[in-house]
Design a protein around this ligand. Sequence first.
Ligand code: PCA
Length: 205
Amino acid sequence: MTVLVSGFEPFGGDDTNPSWETARALAARGCELVGDDVVAVRLPCTFDGAWPVLEDAIREHAPSVVLALGLAGGSQAVRLERVAIDVVDARIPDNAGAAPVDEPVVAGGPAAYWSGLPLKGALAALRAEGLPAEVSNTAGTYVCNATFYQLMHHAAGAPDLRAGFVHVPSAQVLAIDDQVRAVTVVARAALAGAREPVLAAGAES
Ligand code: PCA
């Protein structure tokens, strides 16, 4: 089985993006850590460019699991994204200067797609490893959510594909080595396909 892990190029004036550093490092040690092949792909941080690059990589590598990663700048934990929504509302321009407001990701698509990852199983495993993690109920309305939505739109027609999105914090909050450990845990949970534990991880607001 192959696990495809994507990360983004830097955006918003940053020099690096930990999502790509983590994806790259995980692919370099894939078999050793995950037990299966891990392939990494670096996505442009553009609304038009990210999904075509990820889609090409899915076609090329025919993965069983796709873990798309992105940076959530202010976050203190690894965020297991629960839902992708069909809207783009860009607060800042993407790396091509595009800043769409209130446009659908896929015109006529469903309002939202659920993640295909075992979120609660992954959460329990992350906590058992002492890694900061939470289930997040919004992946935002920028390039990450748009890519997540397109990935799940694709996965809706590929029932054997387990796919989802994970936001990582900055490398100052969680070192890249620990981010690699965390994504390894999520990949193993996705590959195992274990039944989800009942584990409350919601929020009142
Ligand atoms: N984070 C941004 C886009 C690329 C990235 O790494 C986001 O959360 O939308």
